[in-house]
Design a protein around this ligand. Structure first.
Ligand code: NDP
Length: 312
């Protein structure tokens, strides 16, 4: 029997996804009618979803087995109280690759002290400082889920010592893993460069605050491609101004686009990037969508389901 899959993401992405999805559904032996709109919400079996797409009220979709998000972060989706159907977040290998490019690139920038040389005035010959070896530096990851762990492995490949912190204790051959309050203290105290890849939940809000910054190494740097609310901005600016922290690379903010008068824009120790650390990639994410719908049709459990209680 033909199943109906509603694509509820901005129409521009429909042009890109439609041929890929149709082809992959066929190759997977799935009989799917992929539609951009419907007059019969009760007949829809699956929804491919982005929070900036047209569907805002999920209540009429009474037979939907899965809402598959195209976004990795689900904090916006979880504010929609009509969305009570099972929700899967996007875990996209292409997105992980892109995130690792961003993280490794900016880890190297902080490691090499690149900002110092970019800011040097003509004739300012800063030869008194050369970077230590990567193996004598520790990069800490707060969040070692799909993205954090992948990025931690890529960072370790550059020679860095890598530690990671998560809600539940992990075991990994490459990354030394920590959990809990004591674990957080250990990771903060060891890290020369700290990468934030936590989701935005009530528990992670202001994870980086005056207390946690005080526990960090003198001269440490922060890279935040996670979410803006992970950082207490006033505390970070104080940490940078006092010299406690050497720099910050920030991709995500409480308000986006970051307003032109925000102090981060002109802070000499801050690099602002406009929420471009990584994005969902067409080919790899389409394969994830088809796999999950295929699992539903085969009566298997869905991958990457959101734990609504945990908030991610
Ligand atoms: P995952 O859900 O796979 O991983 C989240 C990690 O954070 C897990 O290790 C989880 O622990 C940990 N965590 C969650 N809550 C807590 C807590 N209270 N205390 C300690 N650890 C916690 O997410 P992803 O890796 O796929 O994505 C991470 C985030 O990256 C997304 O939520 C999104 O906000 C952001 N992102 C940013 C992008 C950008 O372009 N800037 C692009 C894509 C994503 P555990 O392993 O125990 O569950």
């Amino acid at each position: 029997m033909t199943k109906t899959v509603l694509f509820s993401a901005p129409e521009a992405s429909w042009q890109n996804y439609k041929p890929y999805l149709d082809d992959l559904f066929e190759k997977a032996g799935l009989d799917i009618n992929l539609v951009l709109e419907t007059d019969a919400p009760q007949d829809v079996d699956y929804i491919i979803y982005a929070p900036n797409g047209p569907v805002k009220d999920f209540a009429p979709f009474t037979n939907v087995k899965l809402v598959q998000s195209l976004w990795a972060g689900v904090e916006t989706a979880l504010t929609n109280k009509t969305l009570t159907q099972p929700l899967a977040r996007m875990v996209d290998p292409g997105m992980s690759e892109g995130m690792a490019d961003y993280v490794v690139g900016h880890v190297m920038r902080h490691h090499l002290g690149t900002a110092l040389h970019v800011a040097a005035k003509p004739g300012e010959w800063l030869s008194h400082w050369a970077p230590p070896l990567a193996r004598n530096r520790t990069v800490g990851f707060l969040g070692i889920g799909a993205l954090g762990l992948y990025c931690a492995h890529k960072t370790a490949k550059q020679g860095f010592n890598v530690v990671g912190w998560s809600r539940t204790l992990k075991a990994d051959d490459v990354v030394k893993c920590y959990a809990g309050k004591d674990g957080l203290r250990d990771v903060l105290a060891q890290s020369d460069i700290l990468v934030l890849l936590l989701p935005d939940t009530p528990e992670t809000t202001n994870m980086i605050n005056a207390d946690s910054i005080a526990q960090m190494k003198d001269g440490a740097a922060i890279i935040n491609p996670g979410r803006g609310p992970l950082i207490d901005d006033t505390a970070l600016l104080k940490g940078l101004d006092s010299g406690k922290l050497s720099g910050a690379t920030l991709d995500v903010f409480r308000v986006e686009p970051l307003p032109a008068n925000d102090p981060y824009w002109i802070h000499p120790k801050v690099l602002v990037t406009p929420h471009i650390a990584s994005e969902t990639r067409l080919e790899t994410s389409a394969a994830v969508v088809v796999e999950n719908i295929g699992r539903g049709e085969a009566g298997q459990s869905f991958l990457h389901l959101v734990d609504r209680k945990a908030g991610y």
